[in-house]
Ligand binder design. Structure first.
Ligand SMILES: Nc1ncnc2c1ncn2[C@@H]1O[C@H](COP(=O)(O)OP(=O)(O)OP(=O)(O)O)[C@@H](O)[C@H]1O
Ligand SMILES: [Mg+2]
Length: 249
């Protein structure tokens, strides 16, 4: 049995008095990939943002390797838990290598030459060996998002949080980014992934968590969730995706 990396106990979060997350509890084992799905506004981003302290939870506990995340130290949180969002937020005036080296060199105080060598190797693995000195505006959305993934990985995080990282991309770029994430999963990276790409979710997930009304409404193996959902809410949710794909194809 793999050890538990992340444990969330009775997490609650309110905005303006309204409960967005109500008593959420689950844990993530080492090397496990959990996909979080649910309707727009159900609290998926808020959950990820609470985990890496971009939001302050109102109640409950979030433990990384058995200890409170970061222990109150924001730099430590960023080091331990990598996060990639829909927008790549690369520094526009810095080339790819500069964007990738900044965190490890400044926050982790690692030698620049060593970090740059690692960055080059990591870029080659995601098919961007020739983009070392490109500026972000010279890259496609899919290329920028692969750089953002590499940037998170170079911090050697204990786990990664991915929040709809392909939502702003064209379909062919979606595939190239998701392939990188599938490779990371195969390499054993522990990940919590929010996505609306249901086929990808089914392929990458060890476990699916369906959020509804601030609760975990359903949790299970991807095969069970996608093909034999247990709740009416999950069935309704999955039906909206089938309708979308018929309309678009
Ligand atoms: N900073 C904030 N202040 C007030 N309300 C917020 C804030 N952030 C999120 N909310 C509210 O919390 C709820 C959950 O938002 P959240 O962004 O977590 O949803 P989501 O599941 O990620 O949705 P989507 O699929 O559209 O990204 C929503 O009702 C949203 O309006
Ligand atoms: Mg969101």
């Amino acid at each position: 049995m793999e050890k538990t990396v992340l444990e969330i106990r009775n997490l609650t979060k309110r905005f303006d008095g309204a409960g967005v997350l109500n008593d959420i509890s689950f844990s993530v084992r080492e090397g496990e990939v959990i996909v979080i799905v649910g309707a727009s506004g159900c609290g998926k981003s808020t959950l990820l943002r609470c985990i890496n302290r971009l939001e302050q939870p109102d109640g409950g506990e979030i433990l990384l390797d058995g200890k409170p995340v970061g222990g109150g130290d924001m730099v430590a949180v960023r080091r331990q838990i990598g996060m990639v969002f829909q927008s790549y937020d690369l520094f526009p005036h810095m080339d790819v290598l500069g964007n990738l080296s900044l965190g490890p060199v400044q926050a982790l105080k690692r030698p620049k030459a060593e970090v740059e060598a690692e960055a080059k190797a990591a870029l080659a693995r995601v098919g961007l060996a020739d983009k070392l000195h490109a500026l972000p505006r010279q890259l496609s959305g899919g290329q920028k998002q692969r750089v953002a993934l590499v940037r998170a990985l170079l911090m050697h995080p204990r786990m990664l949080l991915l929040d709809e990282i392909t939502a702003a991309l064209d379909p062919e770029m979606v595939r190239e980014v998701l392939n990188v994430v599938l490779d990371l999963a195969r390499d054993g990276m522990t990940m919590l992934i929010v996505t609306h790409e249901m086929r990808f979710a089914e392929a990458v997930a060890d476990r699916v968590i369906f959020l509804d009304g601030g609760h975990i409404a359903e949790e299970g193996a991807p095969d069970q969730f996608f093909h034999h959902p247990q709740t009416e809410r999950a069935r309704q949710f999955l039906n909206t995706f089938e309708f979308d794909s018929i309309k678009k194809s």
